[in-house]
Design a protein around this ligand. Structure first.
Ligand SMILES: *Cc1c(COP(=O)(O)O)cnc(C)c1O
Length: 360
């Protein structure tokens, strides 16, 4: 068996220990005589899996008691609609558009009310985070929306926007659990788990309790009301059981690794290795303004499309997979999520150095 270093933006690398444990438990989960995939979601064994997953997540992020943790389907993209449907009481919301995902969320919200784009970094291909210290926040905005880490363009907010007292809603899909967060600063934090936590097919939404009401937009489907899922402990219908199980194992792995502060330090070290190399390279350069750089997604280019393609091909042959940039931006992107070991980043930089010597 051979494992590669997988730099995919998502679905993405998972901790090897978690995969091994899941493999061991595949045919007989802890004496139940069946796999978690075959188990009733109403069984005691599964109830324990979901309860422990929630408790460990609460522990990791220090989630206050007045926030609910929801394990939902439909991916992060479903939240683009679910958030306005549940929160847009005045039918007004402010969006900061710093990339493709924020833009999609903003466009979706326009179906339900007045979605204002109050700031954007599209003028420079989303290569920076705009100054958000004094934005024209709408008087009657139901919330202010951000995408905290931009998976495609590789930017990250280093300070949260000044929302002038309005509720903050954040898509954290690609930085979820990469560092500690102050949950109380947000009304909703949500993320698709396939980037930094688990397999595809689930979104975790952490929602402040007072935002979970029956007062939703008319016509909101039962399945798209936060209250439906909050009242049923994320088991109104059959949840994504296997995904919850794997996420739960990842939460335990994160705790064992020392929690989110330790992950932050580890992630900073990995990112530093790659950015330091990029900053002095004569062949490659990073595409993001240094002050806005993400710790998770690192886009870079040579400036020559053929050279980029040659690099991606030769890197793959060397066991460094999925380095091709997003189809909308080209170039390369290394996603170095929690589960990417420092050795993977070192191997990437060593390969880049060698490639630079051969091609420069
Ligand atoms: C991947 C991604 C999404 C979309 O996730 P799906 O689960 O495929 O809907 C949304 N936002 C961000 C920041 C992402 O990285």
């Amino acid at each position: 068996m051979k494992r590669v270093y997988n730099f995919s933006a998502g679905p993405a690398v998972l901790p090897e220990e978690v995969l091994e444990e899941a493999a061991e438990e595949m045919l007989d989960y802890r004496g139940t005589g069946m796999s978690v995939m075959e188990m009733s979601h109403r069984s005691a064994a599964f109830q324990q899996i979901i309860d422990e997953a929630e408790a460990d997540l609460r522990d990791l992020l220090q989630i206050p008691d007045n926030y609910k943790v929801l394990f939902l389907q439909g991916g992060a993209s479903q939240q683009f609609a679910m958030i306005p449907m549940n929160l847009m009481k005045n039918r007004v919301a402010d969006y900061i558009v710093t990339g493709q995902w924020a833009k999609k969320a903003w466009q979706e919200a326009q179906k339900y009310g007045k979605a204002n784009k109050i700031a954007s970094s599209e003028d420079k291909t989303f290569s920076y985070i705009p100054d958000c210290s004094d934005l024209p926040i709408s008087e009657d905005a139901d919330y202010v929306y951000i995408c905290e880490n931009n998976t495609i363009y590789g930017t990250k907010y280093k300070t949260l926007p000044n929302t002038k007292g309005k509720l903050l809603v954040a898509d954290v899909s690609s930085c979820f659990l990469s560092e500690p967060m102050d949950v109380e600063k947000y009304g909703i934090i949500y993320g698709g788990v396939q980037k930094n936590i688990g397999p595809a097919g689930m979104v975790i939404s952490i929602v402040r309790e007072d935002l979970i009401t029956d007062d939703v937009l008319e016509g909101t489907p039962t399945m798209l009301k936060f209250k439906t899922h909050a009242d049923a402990g994320s088991m109104y219908n059959t949840p994504n059981c296997y995904c919850i199980y794997i996420c739960g194992k990842v939460f335990k792995w994160l705790k064992k690794m020392g929690g989110l502060q330790a992950m932050k330090e580890r992630n900073e070290e990995k990112a530093r290795i790659l950015y330091d190399y990029l900053d002095q390279s004569k062949l490659f350069r990073g595409t993001v303004e240094p002050a806005s750089r993400s710790l998770m997604n690192v886009p870079f280019v040579t400036g020559d499309k053929e050279m980029d393609a040659k690099f991606v091909k030769e890197a793959k042959e060397a066991g460094l997979e999925n380095l091709k940039g997003h189809r909308s931006v080209g170039g390369m992107r290394a996603s170095i999520y929690n589960a990417m070991p420092v050795e993977g980043v070192q191997a990437l930089v060593a390969f880049m150095k060698k490639f630079e010597e051969e091609n420069c």
